[in-house]
Write a protein that binds this ligand. Sequence first.
Ligand code: R5P
Length: 309
Amino acid sequence: MKLLSGNSNKPLSKNIAKYLKSKLVNSSIRNFSDGEIYVEINENIRGNSIFIIQSVSSPANDNLMELLLCIDALKRSSAKNITAVIPYFGYARQDRKVVPRTAISAKLVSDLITNAGANRILSVDLHAGQIQGFFNVPVDHLFAINVLIEYIKEQKFENMIVISPDAGGVERARAYAKRLDTSLAIIDKRRDIPNEAKAMNIIGDVSGKTCLLVDDIVDTAGTLCTAASALKDHGAEKVIAYCTHPVLSGPAIDRITESNLDELVVTDTVPLSEAAIASGRIRQLSMASMLAESIRRVSNEESISAMFR
Ligand code: R5P
């Protein structure tokens, strides 16, 4: 078994390798002057099971293309099998036609990855569980809940309530509420145009409570910051957000800095920018040990679901 890292999240790849006491495959990934990506594997990998670690995070198109070219290079170097470890699977939000005449990017990207030659996918908190079915190869779906819940429990919050920032996140929020043995409230979010969120009503009583807002992605942070304001307007004592994938694009950092959020806790499926770190408002927990353990289990043909029981 060998690990190869793309350029999207080198620190996470290095930590995974460290946990597995393994080295990253020696490779060269460069750009031609016109922007085309060039991938070369600099060591023999014939007959090896290879795990290529690459998030489809910003710049999403470059990172996706890099992933595809890495898979192609591995296939043409006679790897025995290729697992695409995609901590953050970008393009997943367009998973159905919400209005007529739109693309379903999650399906297209799944097809591209499989057709490039991936034999298996390992990913974390897919935007929707059914995306697993978009791939025609096995998908191991990991959940950041183990890592985030451990941290929440350490905080020993009193009077907690878990909040789903929209109807689509209820299943995820319910899983947190169940594990924390607490109640659940839902924000009725209306979105008029993409990336602009408006929180309308809160279903549930949040007055005087510590609200744990859980979401899979924080992108422009509109959803979280609007939700935090709505919760505080309804008497919430504290609002702490837990999001797996810190995409944090556009106005996100400014919004978070000026928001009513008491803290934002994320994982390292996507690396934080310098501005995000400098804001001092974001705590990052690592998924490296969970991903490494999953890679070990896949490699040894052991159960992954046992990690979440
Ligand atoms: C939406 O369905 C997702 O779960 C997130 O709530 C959304 O992607 C967050 O986007 P933003 O931070 O731009 O509001």
